[in-house]
Design a protein around this ligand. Sequence first.
Ligand SMILES: [Zn+2]
Length: 183
Amino acid sequence: MVRKHVTGPFVLPVRDIVHRPGEMREHSLDVPSPAKWGEGLVSVVEGEPVAVDVRLESVHEGILASGSVDTEYTGICGRCLIDIAEPLEVEFQELFAYPGQEETDFEVQDDHVDLETLVREAVVLALPFQPVCQPDCPGLDPATGERLADRPGYEQRAPVDPRWAALQDFTTDHDDEAPRSRG
Ligand SMILES: [Zn+2]
């Protein structure tokens, strides 16, 4: 049998806590995503920084990994197709069983655990299926294809996300000279 050598950006050693229930170690990783994660309108692109804080706890059956992932997804708004980039934080918990136990998805290999599949699955499941640039994005004008949120006056009807307010102050300066109906 060929001895499997465990390598990768999300591989952590657990030799010092293996078969020592109650022992735990905490690790922080900050590595680039090794591939594009997600196939929908938004994804975590290859090379995007992925920060993982994880606690590895030795339990009777194996190593329990629990923690959180911080990264950013990019793509397009599902309504108006504008480019978007949003932070993503997701938590995970999974048991890495010792070899020879009942069928499991994750296994302690050669005194290491590889968090990559676990982290990737947690991130992909957390990606929005219908991402939007803002919660009330009005989408596109069906006749002209114009982005409705860009229309002068739109911001007067909709609540403004504080993150966009500064941008709108800037972009609407030029509208001051435009004629306005005042009832
Ligand atoms: Zn939008």
